[in-house]
Design a protein around this ligand. Structure first.
Ligand SMILES: C[S@@+](CC[C@H](N)C(=O)[O-])C[C@H]1O[C@@H](n2cnc3c(N)ncnc32)[C@H](O)[C@@H]1O
Length: 90
């Protein structure tokens, strides 16, 4: 049976797990998710312009860039799941 990967289904899934997303990520990855976001933020050379974090979710990668770059560079996070963005905003 084909898995429903429609945008609607994906959004509903992330809306449902939003509150547990960070915990699940850290727990299921044994904490390596923190390390790979830290690495990613360091792998990118300092941009001249804003950073766009697409599918930012609860914002952890955007925050890793913020910790590295300070306030000098605008960082914009986008996502189609409102519940995830609310947690990122908080
Ligand atoms: C696995 S999470 C990653 C979140 C974050 N980047 C991180 O490092 O933890 C994927 C995110 O992508 C978003 N997403 C998935 N498909 C999308 C689409 N077509 N347009 C916008 N957001 C989408 C989901 O809502 C979810 O918040």
């Amino acid at each position: 049976m084909a898995v429903d990967k429609s945008g609607q289904r994906v959004r509903a899934m992330f809306a449902q797990i939003a509150r547990r997303y960070d915990f699940l990520n850290h727990f299921l990855s044994g904490g390596t998710d923190v390390y790979w976001r830290w690495r990613t933020a360091r792998a990118v050379s300092v941009p001249a312009g804003p950073i766009l974090d697409v599918c930012t979710g609860t914002g952890d990668l955007a925050f890793a860039f913020r910790r590295r770059l300070g306030d000098d560079v605008a960082i914009i996070g986008t996502d189609f799941t409102h519940e995830m963005l609310v947690l990122a905003q908080r």
